[in-house]
Design a protein around this ligand. Structure first.
Ligand code: HEM
Length: 527
């Protein structure tokens, strides 16, 4: 009997005496152990000097998914401190290369069409929600044309009409909402902000007909549609699970509602003078001479409302939570309006917004600390050489841009964790010098939907950069400024315990938002 057999013989005898379940359990533990050892050895022994460093992880496939998912910004900051601006981590089995800082944002967001693709990543999630033939369910050149059509309706004359619509929605919402009965109370503010965002966006962007349907059940359908945006759907989008069935039904129903409205408008001659976004899309023609079909108009309308909903509602919730933590700023905002617009606070106009710099800076500063999109992903289509390094990112990787990292970097923003809207005043001791200089001399580029700044030097990109840059930026700014200005006219806020604490962030969905309940104490001014 060999030495090895002397040891293994009794062991294998004992193993064969165990129940089948115990044997299976031991086998699984063995396989996991071996895969952990192989995985660790691979990381130590087979480092590829031509690829970015890989974040150390014990388990294959799981990799760093859990640490990343719990708090992406913290993960980025910690890994950057360990590995530098560019590193790779395993996200659900996929090698994901993160490149932070302005150079990284530029590398990923301004990547060439032949090198990077957004649609390869996002279509599984967005196509069932928006519908076929739009956004990521079509070639990029078609998306660029669609963005151009959508942008046409987001111009100054349209904005001048939107301001009173949004302002009236805010006033009537708080007058009717049962959460705000009486003179003071406590409210879980993100829920109210989500409702207010969809009412104001649907009314201004999509007109009275669509807005009125929100009082008649379309809100519940949009909620079902929204369930399609859960992160597990990156993998389970096709599985006939109850939430996916509800998503598909809601998509069909909402698209039909829009198509009925389009038909009615066409029957009436589509000439009621409203010239809203639906009107613009109904009259748009692709470069190849094809008129935009009705189902594409409907799907673009869904995409527009959905694209803005999460970002704007989460931002407005953060604004209210920040104001509750800093009642001094709420009062400064109120005084700003009285001084700029008059004691009687007349109905708000588009032109008034430019007279309220603090009100504008509230949005800027809130987006700096609470950008709703913490990670932007791209598939790599051809090997990409990282300028100034020896690294080449292969097509087996995906790229991840996290613009929030530079927006909270002390190199660009002194006291980066402090929410201080006045930092955006040029003479502030904590002013972000680089952002303002960069904005002045920024390079502009046209990807097919009008000139946009490349943002290549800017550490502050809450609306992204490149061909997929947000087209809703001006609308979102307008909507958030009007909502903030109107709420400040109506309420004083403070934290329930009187502290200046701010609640943590919920990263469980695709968009970061406040953890709920996020209660604040409200008190009505004189109304
Ligand atoms: C794209 C942020 C509001 C429509 C984006 C992107 C970001 C962003 C970061 C780039 C995504 C990428 O590169 O993959 C925000 C923020 C908002 C906001 C922070 C509010 C505070 C809106 C609104 C609308 C809108 C209100 C519509 C009216 C779009 C569209 C795209 C986009 C159509 C283009 C997607 C593409 O080309 O791939 N947004 N957004 N967004 N956003 Fe927004």
């Amino acid at each position: 009997m060999g030495v090895l057999e002397e040891f293994t013989g009794p062991l294998s005898q004992q193993f064969s005496q165990l129940s089948t379940a115990s044997q299976a359990g031991i086998a699984v533990v063995g396989v996991v152990l071996i895969s952990v050892i192989v995985n660790v050895l691979q990381q130590i022994l087979f480092k590829n000097p031509n690829e970015p460093p890989v974040v150390f992880h014990w388990f294959p496939i799981i990799g760093s998914t859990i640490t990343y998912g719990m708090d992406p910004p913290r993960f980025f900051h910690e890994m950057r401190a360990k590995y530098g601006d560019i590193f790779t981590f395993i996200l659900l089995g996929k090698k994901t290369t993160v490149y932070v800082g302005p150079a990284g944002n530029d590398f990923i967001l301004n990547g060439k069409l032949k090198d990077v693709s957004a649609e390869d990543i996002y279509t599984v999630l967005t196509t069932p929600v928006f519908g076929k033939d739009v956004v990521y369910d079509c070639p990029n050149s078609k998306l660029m044309e669609q963005k151009k059509f959508m942008k046409v309706a987001l111009t100054t004359p349209a904005f001048q009409k939107y301001v009173p619509i949004i302002a009236d929605e805010v006033t009537s919402y708080f007058k009717k909402c049962p959460d705000f009965k009486g003179q003071s109370g406590v409210a879980n503010i993100p829920k109210n902000m989500a409702e207010l965002t969809i009412f104001t966006a649907s009314h201004s962007l999509q007109g009275k007909e669509v807005r009125s349907r929100f009082d008649e059940g379309i809100a519940a359908l949009y909620h079902d549609l929204d369930m399609g945006f859960t992160p597990v759907n990156f993998m389970l989008h096709w599985v006939p699970l109850p939430w996916n069935a509800r998503r598909d039904r809601a998509q069909r129903t909402i698209a039909n509602i829009y198509m009925d409205i389009i038909k009615e408008r066409r029957a009436k001659g589509n000439n009621d003078g409203s010239e809203d976004i639906m009107w613009h899309l109904m009259n748009a023609t692709y470069k190849n001479g094809v008129k935009v079909p009705d189902h594409e108009v409907a799907h673009m309308l869904i995409a527009l409302l959905m694209a803005g909903q999460h970002s704007s509602s989460s931002t407005s919730a953060w604004i209210m939570l920040r104001l509750a933590s800093r009642p001094d700023i709420t009062e400064a905002l109120y005084r700003e309006q009285v001084e700029a617009l008059g004691e009687d606070l007349p109905p708000l106009t588009y032109e008034d917004l430019a007279k309220l710099p603090l009100n504008q800076n509230i949005i800027k500063e809130t987006l700096r600390l609470h950008a709703p999109i913490h990670s932007i992903l791209r598939a790599v289509k051809s090997p990409m050489q990282v300028p100034g390094t020896k690294y080449v990112v292969p097509t087996s990787h995906q790229l991840l841009a996290a613009a929030g990292v530079s927006a909270t970097d002390p190199k660009y923003f002194p006291e980066p964790d402090l929410w201080e809207p006045t930092r955006w005043n040029k003479d502030s001791p904590i002013a972000p010098s680089v952002v303002q200089d960069a904005a002045a001399e920024e390079e502009k580029i046209d990807y097919g939907y009008g000139l946009v700044s490349k943002g290549a030097n800017s550490p502050y990109l809450p609306f992204g950069a490149g061909r997929h840059r947000c087209i809703g930026e001006q609308f979102a700014n307008l909507q958030l400024q009007v909502i903030t200005a109107m709420i400040v006219r109506m309420f004083k806020f403070r934290n329930v315990d009187g502290s200046n604490r701010v609640i943590g962030t919920d990263y469980a969905s695709l968009f970061s938002r406040p953890l709920e309940p996020a209660n604040i104490h409200w008190e009505k001014r004189n109304w």
